[in-house]
Design a protein around this ligand. Structure first.
Ligand code: DGT
Ligand code: CA
Ligand code: CA
Length: 573
């Protein structure tokens, strides 16, 4: 998905904040703030400008250096300078600059005077009354900081699952290379495949724990070691991501894996269950008195508790224990079940690959079908297709279909839902398509009643087959728009419109809970990547994980079906 101007602006603002905390030259700080404003107020799309080779340094407040930084963000989705700064300034410190009356100078004083490195440090310092003693603070500001923490306005930064995955793969590679290491994997929310993770919990088995924890500290992405001991270490990566490393013995591996996979809520229910059987469950094993009755594998521990193994995605205390007990755990949808992707873009609108390239890539994934769904005219910024261009585009899809064997391309479009709920192409154009994916891309701030009515009206259009990213949220950036989802789910179910789990890790929309509710109401779910490149097709795994967290089975998901069955289920026009 192309980087938006607002994301570039947000990155520049964060850089300015962190530079200010570090006490950088005020002119440099101001340059980033001014650039953020320029970028935000710009009427054209930076991604498009970079792609067409425009000279960004001609923009007001943007010199060569900043132009290069914009290109870096647009091309890679991130800025190395920001990653580095995040490694230097603890997140807790960065966040208190937002508390009225604190600001960068005081935040820096706090970091230096008290050595605050984590949210825990900050909370403890406030609770112990040490913040009040730092020059410039006092009791009042201390109380205010504590309140901000307690009310959740100062929180740990969370990382999108795909970003976390890059960092995880890399450090796992390193740890697996350490002498004496047998197994190494990431537990925690990462293993439960949550859409964001607070930190990585790495579990390692080895005989000589102390040697391993020490060797792990040589990993060159580590910015700071927060704590270390013979069997555990907590480090901060340069990206700002915290990693907890724990080394356990093989006989405890299963119990430790269960404990550190969590969730905490799941663990608590399990521990109670153990107690009811006169057993004690902890990260070292399942014990009767001093005797370990299980612990080497998760299966063994669950079994000793009278339960089948429960997949990590379900371990949220959302009914999985009761279901396990009754032998009614759902047979969850898996990546291998997916037979096609129903929402992808090409160079015709804002994708980077041609129809043919996308088709070849989908074929290589073993898909039976692929819906080419480029943007409609209102998406000017994304080069949406006019009626004339669409006609040519559909002919081009036909031509590829004729040439290419082994996969069927569907003529589709991601059609904007306009403010009044009508669609961005006339009905007779929509009628030419195999599939219409309706999407809201504008007017996010309509009041709930209007937004709901708008979407319901779009669902009334008999050509609509799928409702794309139904809430519009962008993880870490923008919340869902106000809409009565229950009404949307009900209408979609009635009309036979499938609801999308958009698999892009920035969207994951519907999310796990929403998808579960929609399915329970009888709706079909389509898991689609919204890929804008051949690589984007791989996002399917995140969508499937979200579906699994939502208890979805293969039958609940439209595109686990073969072409004919899938088309048969799509709404009859
Ligand atoms: P995160 O990191 O915020 O995305 O979420 P988690 O689930 O990875 O949480 P984290 O890293 O604080 O702890 C990892 C696991 O360790 C957690 O899922 C369950 C376990 N755990 C942590 N603290 C407790 C606790 O106080 N009681 C119990 N029963 N388990 C805990
Ligand atoms: Ca964690
Ligand atoms: Ca942790």
């Amino acid at each position: 998905m192309p980087v938006h101007n607002s994301e570039v602006a947000a990155i520049f603002r964060q850089v300015a904040d962190l530079l200010a905390i570090e006490g950088a030259n005020p002119f440099r700080v101001r340059a980033y703030r001014n650039a953020a404003r320029t970028v935000e107020e710009l009427s054209s799309d930076l991604a498009v400008m970079v792609a067409s080779g425009e000279d960004l340094s001609r923009l007001p407040d943007i010199g060569h250096d900043l132009a290069g930084k914009i290109a870096e963000i647009v091309e890679t989705g991130r800025l190395k300078l920001l990653d580095d700064l995040r490694g230097e300034v603890p997140e807790a410190v960065a966040q208190i600059t937002g508390v009225p009356g604190v600001g960068p100078k005081r935040a820096r004083a706090l970091m230096e005077a008290l050595g605050v490195a984590s949210m825990d440090d900050l909370r403890k310092a406030a609770e112990d009354g040490r913040i009040a003693d730092v020059p410039g603070f006092g009791e009042k500001l201390q109380a205010r900081i504590l309140r901000e923490i307690e009310e959740g306005r100062i929180t740990e930064r969370r990382f999108r699952i795909d970003r976390a995955e890059e960092f995880a793969e890399s450090i796992l590679d390193f740890i697996r290379g350490i002498e004496g290491v047998k197994e190494a994997l990431v537990a925690g929310s990462y293993r439960r495949r949550k859409e964001t993770v607070g930190d990585l919990d790495i579990l390692v088995t080895a005989k000589k724990g102390a040697k391993v924890t020490k060797a792990a500290l040589d990993y060159d992405e580590i910015a700071r070691v927060a704590s270390q001991g013979p069997t555990r270490a907590t480090v901060l990566l340069r990206s700002g991501l915290q990693v907890d490393i724990r080394v356990v013995r093989e006989e405890s591996y299963g119990a430790a894996l269960m404990y550190f996979t969590g969730s905490k809520a799941h663990n608590i229910v399990l521990r109670r269950r153990a107690q009811a059987k006169g057993l004690k469950l902890n990260e070292y094993g399942l014990f009767r008195g001093k005797k370990r009755v299980a612990g080497k594998t998760e299966e063994e521990v669950y079994k000793a508790l009278g339960l089948p193994w429960i997949v990590p995605e379900l371990r949220e205390d959302r009914g999985e224990l009761a279901a396990a007990e009754r032998g009614k755990l759902p047979d969850l949808v898996s990546l291998e079940d997916m037979k096609g992707d129903l929402h992808v873009h090409t160079t015709a609108s804002d994708g980077t690959a041609t129809i043919e390239e996308m088709a070849e890539a989908a074929k290589a994934l073993g898909y039976e079908y692929l819906a080419i769904a480029d943007h409609s005219p209102s998406q000017r910024i994304a080069n949406g297709l006019s009626v004339e261009r669409l006609a040519e585009h559909l002919d081009a899809i036909d031509a590829v279909n004729d040439r290419l064997k082994g996969i069927r391309l569907l003529k589709a479009s991601e059609v904007d839902v306009l403010e009044d709920g009508s669609l961005d192409y006339p009905d007779k154009v929509l009628a030419r398509l195999d599939l219409v994916v309706a999407a809201v891309h504008s007017q996010f701030t309509l009041p709930e009643e209007k937004q709901t009515a708008r979407i319901l009206k779009a669902l009334d259009n008999p050509h609509v087959g799928i409702l794309a990213h139904p809430t519009g949220r962008l993880i870490g950036e923008r919340g869902a728009y106000s809409v009565n989802l229950e009404k949307v789910f009900e209408a979609a179910t009635e009309r036979g419109v499938a609801l999308e789990i958009n698999a892009h890790p920035m969207r994951l929309d519907l999310d796990d809970l929403e998808a579960r509710i929609a399915r329970d109401m009888g709706a079909q779910i389509a898991i689609s990547t919204d890929a804008h490149s051949t690589g984007g097709l791989d996002y399917m795994s995140y969508g499937v994980a979200q579906a699994r967290r939502g208890w979805l089975t293969r039958e609940d998901v439209l595109n686990t079906r073969g072409l004919d069955a899938m088309l048969g289920l799509l709404r009859k026009r």
